[in-house]
Design a protein around this ligand. Structure first.
Ligand SMILES: [Zn+2]
Length: 314
């Protein structure tokens, strides 16, 4: 098992400190101002850091969940480690670092179902429009498909229509064609070339933070990917896809996830789609292992959050 480590830095002199505080700083291996050392992350070192938090800061901690792979959730050890981290944060909320104007508690950003529409009012790079629930049937041109199967569509909200189709139990063929149409429509959307709101969002948050989105389109995942390629994965926030996403594939056998067209690194099978559509009157996120893990990750962050921002909900 790999040891978990932290990079810590002494940013203030021990002049005028008590002997106990000086001993803690020495105990961490720090001998001079602005020195950075790597220490093992144990309850003992965490305890010392708490006592001298006005002198020493954690620059980086080894705990980092993998946004597109569920391994961390499956691994008992890493789960324990993550809880230890958060217990520590909880005891000291808000963990403010006044010198650098930092808050080490997580910032949770929730992107409501209208967020992509608000962030991309002109649609994708090629002008392909983002639908909302009240015009999805029209934007995706599903009217003909629906009437071909003998269902009477009178302009209702898409979620209500889909719900009625599933609940009736008589339109399984149509339901699966709608599933495919929705996946195909969002799949082909391309992120505009210029920097978008989603690029700014992923760049403005840190690895302790999480963005939870209800949007199916690939824009957030693509913004994540292109910025990660420049600044590195370790700098990126986590993402939870609460309603599935066309960019994310899942392997339910191995409980892993990844980019939609990649293969599962455990069984080498290609990832299947993450489930996008649920009948609205019977939304059951916990029955799907992938969605369940996304929601749990969000809950975990909300429990310890210092900031929660909601964007694009109406
Ligand atoms: Zn697999």
């Amino acid at each position: 098992m790999n040891k978990k480590v932290m990079l810590v830095r002494q940013f203030k002199s021990t002049n005028g400190c008590t002997e106990g505080q000086k001993a803690c700083v020495r105990g961490l291996g720090l001998r001079r101002l602005n020195q950075t050392v790597c220490v093992e992350d144990t309850p003992a070192t965490r305890g010392m850091l708490t006592k001298v938090s006005h002198l020493v800061e954690i620059i980086e901690s080894g705990n980092h969940a993998v946004p597109f792979d569920d391994k961390e959730h499956d691994d008992q050890d890493s789960r324990k480690r993550a809880e230890t981290d958060y217990e520590y944060l909880e005891r000291s909320l808000p963990r403010l670092d006044i010198k650098y104007n930092c808050n080490h508690s997580p910032h949770v950003l929730i992107l409501g179902a209208g967020a992509s529409y608000a962030a991309f009012p002109k649609g994708d790079r090629n002008g392909l429009k983002l639908p909302l629930m009240n015009n999805l049937v029209e934007v995706l041109e599903l009217e003909d498909l629906i009437s071909k199967h003998g269902f009477k569509y009178k302009g209702e909200n898409f979620e209500a229509t889909y719900d009625a189709l599933v609940q009736s139990g008589k339109y399984d063929g149509l339901v699966s064609e709608i599933d495919q149409s929705v996946e195909h429509y969002f799949q082909q959307m391309e992120l505009p070339e210029e920097a978008t709101i989603y690029d700014y969002l992923v760049l403005s948050l840190r690895s302790k933070d999480i963005i939870a989105t209800f949007n199916w389109d690939p824009f957030l995942a693509k913004a994540f990917q292109r910025n990660m390629n420049v600044i590195g994965y370790e700098q990126m926030p986590q993402i939870a896809f609460l309603h599935g996403n066309v960019s994310i594939g899942v392997c339910n056998d191995c409980k892993s996830k990844g980019w939609r067209y990649n293969s599962c690194d455990k069984c080498q099978n290609q990832f299947g789609p993450s489930k996008l559509l649920y009948p609205v009157s019977k939304k059951d996120y916990s029955s799907d292992p992938f969605l369940d893990s996304e929601w749990k990750n969000l809950q975990h962050h909300i429990k310890n959050a210092y900031f929660i921002t909601v964007f694009g909900y109406y």
